[in-house]
Structure formats: structure tokens, C-alpha cells
Design a protein around this ligand. Structure first.
Ligand SMILES: Cc1cc2nc3c(=O)[nH]c(=O)nc-3n(C[C@H](O)[C@H](O)[C@H](O)COP(=O)(O)OP(=O)(O)OC[C@H]3O[C@@H](n4cnc5c(N)ncnc54)[C@H](O)[C@@H]3O)c2cc1C
Length: 354
């Protein structure tokens, strides 16, 4: 059989790995459960409004592998806008305060055109018969010389298989024959999926009314429902939005209740103009079945990210557990996803295709 690689998941790890392998002429197949690519990178794009990030948004100078990748693909980055004063709500019974935040020595950057620009460019390298959407893997059967990957409709075979799922999701959602070692399964069940519990919201506006008042668009609050929020204007400064996080506890109430409370909070901080919006978008990541699944026990943020067991291979060196949470540095972040893909690529090239 011709050597081929099957990648489960078309997030940043899966697509970068596929892109690199494809460039080396190695046959790849990517199976993606959702009806879209990107996984935890998800930018809402529209002609009229600014791209709104529902997932990953920021990177820093320390994310060197991601920066190199963006340079290689010629995708520019630009600093997060923070000029002017911020709003701070200390307590429910205290008035919001306008504050000047100290300047940030290590600014955050955003990706021009939205984080999905990176995802789209990587996916362009793949042909239609190399990337399948709506294809959820349910079962993996390992044999001596081959691995079978089973979905509802089909069985795929590959000489090597790479999972890019968050580890807790991998061992909860997918059945393995023979079973994976307990050492891997027990760590995976206790590995935190970064941002899996978060709620993101974005509001698009016809004008950047906050900038006219010398407000940065930043809000930090200890009061329900917004916890933090930032300006989300495009690099060209032509389309405008505010974007941030809601208190995670709000996953139990309806979208309407969340939205109503968001605008009540914006009215008392940013004033009446905050009500003159174009669109309100949100993602409750706990409800995203292909990102989050409940843990058996409480786990801390980043718990077990980059564990030594993720650096091992399974089923006669035919099965890799990759993905951002497995990276030994920056686990959970886009940088971790890039590092994981690069490491997996280098390993596959070294041991299989010399
Ligand atoms: C709200 C939010 C904000 C974030 N903010 C930042 C940020 O500002 N900066 C930063 O660096 N990082 C941020 N992150 C983290 C960043 O998004 C991730 O580190 C990165 O995107 C992970 O990529 P990945 O490919 O490893 O995993 P994922 O993106 O999770 O990809 C896994 C893929 O597997 C697919 N899949 C799942 N189950 C199956 C199955 N059974 N069969 C087939 N496919 C399946 C999923 O649909 C998904 O596409 C954020 C994440 C979220 C959710």
C-alpha cells in the first residue's frame, strides 16, 4: 500500500500539517466533523462589517513559530488598538470609572483580514478529495500495518493517523480498538481544552463612536455580564466593532437574556450610542460539541497541556496525538498548534519518508 497520512480535524494543527505534507508530495486526507474548517479559529466574515473573531484573535512577539508562519504566507499582523481611556466597573453598586491604563510593554497583535485568513490560505493547498467536511470520526481500529478510521458512512485506511482533537474530546468521543494505553487516556481526560468554557461576543457598529470620545473601546468589569471587551476595528480603520468575553456562567441562560444584559451594560458605560449597532454575534463554546466535552473531574486552565505522554507514538508508531494542547510550549494557543504541527511533520518526514 502507498504510504498515506490521515489527519483528524481541520483546525490550525491539522491544516498546517496537511499543508506541509502536501508540499513534500505526501498523500494526505483530512477529516473534519464540522461543516467548516478552522476549529477554534472562527471569523465571521461579511462584506459590510468588520471580520468578527469568535475564537482565536491575539498573538504576541513570543509566538515566534506562528509569526514565522504568517510571514511565510505573507499575512500581515497589526497591534491591538488601545489608544485612549478604558472603562472599569469594580462592583455592581459602584458607578463605572473611566481609567487610563498603563501602556503595555508587550502589545498583542491581530491578523489582517481575521484569524481565518491563515486557515483559508493553508486549506487552499488541499484538493476537494483531500479534505472532507461533515465527517466525524467515531472509531479507530489499529492493525499491524494499517489503521482504519471509521465514520458514520465510511471506513478510511492509512499508514499513519494524526489526531488534532483536544485530548479530552479524543478519548471521550472516539472508540479505540485495541484500547489506548491507560496512561494516555487518564491524562487526556484531565487535560484542559483552552477556552472550551468561554463565551465570546462581538458587536458591529456603523461608526467608531468610542474613538471620537477618546475611549479605547476597552472595558474591564466585575459586574455581569461582560468581563472584558476591546476595540475590534479593521486594520484599514474602515469597519468597526467591539468584541469581548461574557461571564462563563451565562451559558445556562438564553441568547436573548445575554444580549439584553450586554446592551444594558454598554449603555451604562459607553452610553446611548452603544445601542445603535449593526449586528450582535456570540459563540458559547461549551455548546460546541466538536470542541468541548465535560470533564470527569474539575481541571485547571492549561492542566496537563504538553504532558510527556503526548510526545510518544501509539499503535506501532502509527498514531500521533497532536493539537495545541499537546505542545510542550504555549499549549492551548495558536502558537502551540503551529509547534505541534511542525513537530509532527518533522517526525513523519524523518521516520517514514526518508
Ligand atoms: C474563544 C476562544 C478564544 C481564543 N483566543 C485565542 C487567542 O486570542 N490567541 C491564541 O493564540 N489562541 C486562542 N485560542 C485558542 C486557539 O484557538 C487554539 O489554540 C487553536 O485554534 C487550536 O487549534 P487545533 O487545530 O490544535 O485545535 P482545534 O481548533 O480545536 O481543531 C480540532 C478540529 O477537530 C475537529 N473535530 C473534533 N472532533 C472531531 C471528530 N470526531 N472527527 C473529525 N473532526 C473532529 C474540530 O471540529 C476542529 O476543527 C482561543 C480559542 C477560543 C475557543
Amino acid at each position: 500500500m502507498k504510504k498515506n497520512i490521515l489527519i483528524i480535524g481541520a483546525g490550525l494543527t491539522g491544516l498546517l500539517l496537511a499543508y506541509r505534507l502536501k508540499k513534500q508530495g505526501i498523500p494526505v486526507t483530512v477529516l473534519e466533523a464540522r461543516d467548516r474548517i478552522g476549529g477554534r479559529i472562527h471569523t465571521h466574515l461579511s462584506d459590510r462589517e468588520t471580520p468578527i473573531e469568535m475564537g482565536a484573535t491575539w498573538l504576541g512577539q513570543q509566538h515566534t513559530a506562528l509569526i514565522e508562519l504568517l510571514q511565510e504566507l505573507q499575512i500581515p499582523i497589526y497591534p491591538q488598538y488601545t489608544e485612549g481611556t478604558a472603562w472599569y466597573e469594580p462592583m455592581a453598586n459602584q458607578a463605572p470609572q473611566e481609567v487610563m491604563l498603563p501602556s503595555n510593554g508587550s502589545p498583542s497583535y491581530r491578523i489582517q483580514g481575521g484569524s481565518s485568513a491563515l486557515i483559508e490560505q493553508l486549506a487552499q493547498a488541499l484538493e476537494k478529495d483531500e479534505l472532507y467536511l461533515n465527517t466525524s470520526v467515531t472509531h479507530i481500529k489499529a492493525h499491524d500495518n494499517v489503521i482504519e478510521v471509521i465514520t458514520k458512512d465510511q471506513t478510511y485506511t492509512a499508514s499513519k493517523v494524526v489526531s488534532t482533537l483536544p485530548p479530552n474530546l479524543l478519548v471521550t468521543d472516539i472508540q479505540f480498538s485495541p484500547e489506548l494505553p491507560d496512561t494516555l487516556t487518564s491524562i487526556a481526560k484531565k487535560t484542559h481544552t483552552w477556552m472550551g468554557e468561554s463565551i465570546k461576543f462581538g458587536i458591529s457598529y456603523p461608526t467608531p463612536f468610542w474613538k471620537k470620545r477618546n475611549w479605547s473601546g476597552t472595558l474591564y468589569s466585575n459586574v455581569f455580564p461582560i468581563t472584558e471587551m476591546y476595540d475590534h476595528t479593521t486594520l484599514e480603520n474602515g469597519k468597526y466593532a467591539l468584541k469581548g468575553f461574557l461571564n462563563n456562567e451565562l451559558s445556562t441562560v438564553t441568547r436573548e437574556i445575554r444580549k439584553e444584559n450586554v446592551f444594558a451594560q454598554l449603555q451604562r458605560t459607553f452610553g446611548e450610542e452603544a445601542l445603535n449597532y449593526l449586528s450582535y454575534k456570540e459563540t458559547v463554546w461549551k455548546e460546541e460539541a466538536f470542541t468541548f466535552t465535560p470533564y470527569e473531574n474539575f481541571v485547571f486552565p492549561h492542566q496537563n497541556n504538553g504532558q510527556a505522554i503526548y510526545q510518544e507514538l501509539f499503535y506501532n508508531d502509527r498514531f500521533y496525538v497532536a493539537g495545541s494542547e499537546t505542545a510542550s510550549q504555549f499549549g492551548g494557543y495558536m502558537e502551540g498548534a503551529v509547534q505541534s504541527a511542525q513537530k509532527c511533520f518533522e517526525h513523519i518526514i524523518k521516520i517514514s519518508f526518508v
